[in-house]
Design a protein around this ligand. Structure first.
Ligand SMILES: Cc1cc2nc3c(=O)[nH]c(=O)nc-3n(C[C@H](O)[C@H](O)[C@H](O)COP(=O)(O)OP(=O)(O)OC[C@H]3O[C@@H](n4cnc5c(N)ncnc54)[C@H](O)[C@@H]3O)c2cc1C
Length: 485
């Protein structure tokens, strides 16, 4: 049993169960100092957005309480250089080792690599683990040994590896170590907005923390999994898990979701690799695929994977972007989604695709503007998932929806919100518009929604403009032009 303490650096793994960095430290018998550093050094554009900061506050409060109950105090430090802070803390407590679970953002990889070297030169060992993915991004390879660029081969390659490791239980007792100085107070970090408190609506919809993440998974398996495959496309229906912010902050890990889903299916005598259950596991693997894309293409958040898209004639005026951000485009399903996002920090996946497509194609705004807005306003803002998804919708990614496939937001709204419940919930000005015109209120007789704006763009003209611009890029296939929905 070592007497030298181990520093466990928490990052995107704010949980005690299936946390291999923590478990290895506890199992060594050494005293453990759990640390979280609020890192203001993260490259500017990708510092945590406003909504993420709200979640982080509550998630850290929950983690701190759970650690305390097991015997350890979470040491909080705010710093402009997280790695340097960890190095100093480790020296001050005479640490035998520093443990962490790996992050996969390019700047985090570089930071951790340098820290490993620096600690080595201080005579302090490091151990890093995988807590946030089913498999490491470098482990999922095609038969020829390369990283799959398209989802289906990615899924096959991942399945060829068998099931991921079984999740670890939470340590029952942690022998806590103390830092040489007192930690900071979470309340002093001002992560919650005050003037104005634009996040006041979040409390109604979300409960951050490990216990709530587990409860949400149980709720999903018991009430929604069966209908997930088809139901997941209908934003008014409760058939998606809403686990994404819990997953992003690591309050629950994908291995826990994977194994719990399989056990649930077996208990119900159902095949987990068929129907809705398999579809759910596949979505979890879309997340892995995004991480693989980011790992192998560190520019993914900033640069089009298909370089010809860098020459696209984006509309740089603010008018269209502002109307989209505020949910005032005059296109009901788009405005509903953008307002859901603002008020709850979440938007349903189907509607994310519609809103993103509308911004990029009908308004011809650069996908990076939408990506940045989502980054600031989504509670589940995640560098891998967000950038891969935006590039997918833009058609500029590796495995992407072709640019010439343009969602028709009216048809999408009619198909996926047939009763109009979702649209009317978020756009109450449309309450009196008859169902048949709800997604195109400009065709409604009389003026049933006087406070609702006219469409910012004529949909047919906007679509033609985008297709013409795409054609000019040089490799369009106009005969394949099709509208989705
Ligand atoms: C433009 C755009 C931006 C997006 N930005 C993000 C983001 O910043 N963070 C984020 O987590 N997801 C993002 N997504 C993917 C997806 O919309 C969300 O993961 C999903 O809506 C989360 O809801 P859920 O947890 O109920 O999903 P469920 O349907 O219950 O799926 C379970 C889990 O699988 C993963 N998943 C599901 N769909 C996808 C997908 N299409 N791609 C990758 N992983 C998926 C998520 O981790 C999700 O929590 C984006 C999608 C689009 C179209």
């Amino acid at each position: 049993m070592s007497e030298k303490p181990i520093l466990v650096w928490f990052r995107q793994d704010l949980r005690l169960s299936d946390n291999p960095a923590l478990t290895a430290a506890v199992d060594s018998g050494a005293p453990v100092l759990p640390v979280y550093v609020l890192d203001d050094e993260t490259p500017g554009r990708w510092a945590p957005g406003g909504a993420s900061r709200w979640w982080l506050h509550h998630s850290l409060a929950a983690l701190s309480e759970r650690l305390e109950r097991r015997g350890a105090t979470l040491h909080l430090v705010r710093s402009k250089n997280a790695a340097e802070t960890i190095r100093t803390l480790a020296s001050e407590i005479g640490a035998g080792a520093v443990h962490w679970n790996r992050c996969y953002e390019p700047f985090a990889i570089a930071r951790d690599k340098n820290l490993k070297q620096a600690l080595k030169s201080d005579g302090i060992g490091t151990e890093s683990f995988n807590a946030s993915l089913l498999f490491e991004p470098w482990a999922v390879k095609t038969k020829s040994g390369t990283a799959p660029k398209v989802f289906s081969p990615y899924w096959r390659a991942l399945r060829a590896l068998g099931d991921p490791a079984e999740p670890l239980p939470a340590p029952e007792h942690i022998r806590g170590a103390m830092a040489s100085t007192e930690g900071e107070k979470l309340e002093d970090w001002n992560l919650l907005p005050t003037k104005p408190d634009w996040a006041s609506g979040f409390n109604k919809h979300w409960k951050p923390g490990e216990a709530h993440a587990q409860a949400r998974l149980d709720w999903f398996l018991e009430t929604a999994l069966e209908d997930y495959k088809d139901g997941r496309n209908f934003p008014a229906k409760p058939y998606v898990s809403r686990l994404s912010p819990h997953l992003h902050f690591g309050e629950i890990g994908p291995r826990q979701i994977w194994h719990r889903t399989i056990a649930f299916c077996h208990a119900e005598d159902r095949n987990p690799f068929a129907g809705s259950a398999e579809h759910f596991l596949k979505e979890l693997v879309w997340r892995e695929f995004s991480y693989s894309l980011l790992y192998h293409n560190p520019d993914l958040p900033e640069a089009c994977l298909r370089p010809e898209f860098e020459h696209f004639p984006w509309d740089r005026s603010d008018k269209a972007l502002n109307a989209w951000q505020r949910g005032q485009t005059g296109i009901p399903i788009v405005d509903a989604g953008m307002r859901e996002l603002w008020q709850t920090g979440y938007m349903h996946n189907r509607v994310r695709m519609i809103c993103a497509s509308f911004l990029i194609k009908h308004l011809m705004v650069d996908w990076r503007e939408g990506e940045a807005w989502f980054w600031d306003t989504l509670l589940d803002a995640d560098l891998a998932n967000n950038s891969a998804s935006w590039q997918w919708v833009a058609g500029s990614g590796a495995d992407a929806a072709p640019y010439f496939r343009i969602f028709n937001p009216v048809l999408q709204g009619e198909k996926f919100d047939p009763d109009g419940d979702y649209t009317r919930r978020w756009v109450p000005e449309l309450a009196d518009v008859p169902d048949r015109c709800l997604q195109k209120p400009w065709e409604a007789p009389g003026d049933p929604a006087p406070d609702y704006p006219d469409p910012i763009v004529d949909l047919a003209a906007g679509r033609d403009r985008a297709l013409a611009a795409y054609k000019n890029l040089g490799d369009a296939e106009p005969e394949k032009v099709a509208a989705w929905g």
